[in-house]
Ligand binder design. Structure first.
Ligand code: AP5
Length: 212
């Protein structure tokens, strides 16, 4: 199964990608996480990408397309994958299609801007393994500590309110129009973001027609 998780910043793409990855035993590929890792490791790509992330702008298409092309050619993607945060522009969507990838479903997680801002201000992520948490909606068992690896939980730098507002503008202008592209392809499945994580999971499975 090849899935795309689509939606604005904070819609829950990373959270659902992790759940679906465990459910279907296929890897989840987050372009944002790959870029943040490259920034931490100070690779040439990371150094070039940092200023875009800090400003809440998209990293250039050619960089992101190359990241995805390489990643999906790896062995663990043979039985499918979940793309979290890619594509984000029409160029990226066309490039994915030209790679010959047959996508099964595009899950569009819809949440209002007001709720997104609330979610992102309470988001925490593990510094070591990147697992996502929320101080209210998805808290760790021990405050500030990752349930999975014991790593320290931190706030992402691009979650400060000013950068979040910029990311939302970029989403509405550059990424949201892609919905029409996937609607025409007959792949778009809309899931209204729910207040409870468990409810969103159920709705996502329903949209995939594999759960109730
Ligand atoms: P990226 O890392 O992809 O960030 P994003 O798309 O802005 O999305 P987020 O990771 O902020 O949110 P999410 O939807 O994954 O939500 P989450 O599950 O964490 O990209 C970062 C940057 O990288 C971009 O700005 C860009 O610069 C660059 N980039 C990445 N891909 C690119 C591309 N293709 N092209 C160009 N540039 C690219 O959930 C959010 C919070 O809400 C969490 O705390 C979670 O616990 C909570 N939550 C989740 N679901 C629920 C629920 N149902 N109810 C209550 N709380 C919930």
């Amino acid at each position: 199964m090849k899935l795309i998780l689509f939606g604005p910043p904070g819609a829950g793409k990373g959270t659902q990608a992790e759940f679906l990855s465990q459910t279907f035993s296929i890897p989840s590929i987050s372009t944002g996480a790959i870029i943040r890792n490259a920034i931490r490791e100070k690779t040439p790509m990371g150094i070039a990408a940092e200023k875009y992330i800090d400003e809440g702008q998209l990293v250039p298409d050619e960089v992101v397309i190359e990241i995805v092309k390489e990643r999906i050619s790896e062995d663990d993607c043979k039985n499918g994958y979940i793309l979290d945060g890619f594509p984000r522009t029409l160029n990226q969507a066309v490039a994915l299609k030209n790679m010959g990838e047959k996508i099964d479903h595009v899950i569009d997680l819809e949440v209002s801007d007001e709720d997104l801002i609330k979610r992102l201000s309470g988001r925490r992520e593990c510094k070591s393994c990147g697992a996502p948490y929320h101080i209210k909606y998805n808290p760790p068992k021990v405050d500030g500590v990752c349930d999975k690896c014991g790593g320290t939980l931190i706030s992402r730098e691009d979650d400060d309110p000013e950068t979040v507002r910029k990311r939302l503008v970029v989403y509405h202008k550059q990424t949201e129009p892609l919905k029409e592209f996937y609607k025409k392809e007959g792949l778009l499945r809309i899931v209204k973001g729910q207040e409870e994580l468990a409810d969103t999971k159920k709705e996502v499975l329903k949209a995939l027609e594999v759960g109730k």
